[in-house]
Design a protein around this ligand. Structure first.
Ligand code: SAH
Length: 269
């Protein structure tokens, strides 16, 4: 029997073998992998990961669940459980006494949807400050609407500021859909598994801080043309001229510009 799910912690227990198989396969587990899991819950995913890797360190905020996890998985050598809020936890010093768990190279997790944005930022960093060292691979079960934004192509409705911010620091792939009924209790929304490969875009932005500001303002009003959204930062005629130079239609909206074009544009300024 699963414990009663707590809403404030975004708890929804995954109970689909099919979804678990897809998550595990997407992680392409290697015997040398050291995994980080956020929100192990009842340990259903954790159990699947442990036999195939060097170690799994899991961070769980819910004390009662931690007790349960210790009972279930506490005697497994390559499992370490940390109780706390992943967002505020400083992993490095906590892992210092445990060499087998230091510097996890992959993240595999069914995360609490209410803090997806901050989790992504902690795992990937930002345009101005990408996370160092970067993970080799990150496999996450997220809300479908967020998943769509992560792997969106320019020109599609889902392509927004989040797409540019994340795609600047990572390649994003869709793995599979996971229907709400795969969870108990079912969340109000459908879900999807995504896989992120942190990497640097080439060429990088000369001034990442500036790129961040341009992206934020460029998407401020989605229906407006880019040059109108950016008019407080750059003269309209100058921007028109620059866009033409880069072979971009001067009437574009922010959502039509690829990450590479965003970089090219801010590098010219
Ligand atoms: N992985 C499990 C549970 C997913 S539900 C499964 O697939 O069934 C999300 C989990 O994240 C819950 O266990 C919840 O308690 C935990 N959680 C919520 N907020 C957290 C935070 N800030 N830090 C760490 N864990 C958190």
């Amino acid at each position: 029997m699963n414990p009663k799910a707590r809403k404030q912690f975004g708890q929804h227990w995954l109970n689909s073998e099919k979804a678990l198989n897809r998550i595990v396969a997407a992680a392409n587990l290697q015997p040398s992998d050291r995994l980080l899991e956020i929100g192990p819950g009842t340990g259903i995913l954790t159990r699947r990961l442990l036999p195939d890797v060097e170690s799994v360190v899991a961070v769980e905020i819910d004390r009662d669940l931690c007790e349960l996890l210790v009972k279930k998985l506490g005697n497994i050598d390559n499992f370490l459980l940390l109780q706390g809020d992943f967002l505020t936890l400083d992993l490095n010093p906590l892992l210092a006494p445990f060499p087998q768990f230091q510097n996890p190279n992959k993240v595999v997790a069914n995360i609490p949807y209410n803090i997806t944005g901050p989790i992504l930022e902690k795992l990937l960093g930002t345009i101005a400050q990408p996370a160092v060292p970067a993970f080799d691979l990150i496999v996450l079960l997220v809300q479908k609407e967020v998943a769509e934004r992560l792997y969106a192509s320019p020109g599609s409705k889902a392509f927004g500021a989040l797409s540019v911010r994340v795609q600047y620091v990572a390649e994003c792939e869709f793995i599979c859909d996971v229907p709400a009924k795969a969870f108990s209790p079912p969340p109000k929304v459908d879900s999807a598994v995504v896989r992120l490969h942190p990497r640097r875009v080439e060429p990088p932005a000369n001034d990442p801080q500036k790129l961040e500001t341009f992206v934020r303002l460029g998407f401020a009003s989605k229906r407006k043309m880019l040059r109108n959204n950016l008019k407080s930062l750059i003269d309209r005629d100058r921007l028109t001229h620059l866009l033409e130079q880069l072979n971009i239609n001067p009437q574009v909206r922010a959502e039509d510009i690829s990450v590479q074009q965003w970089v090219a544009l801010t590098n010219e300024l």
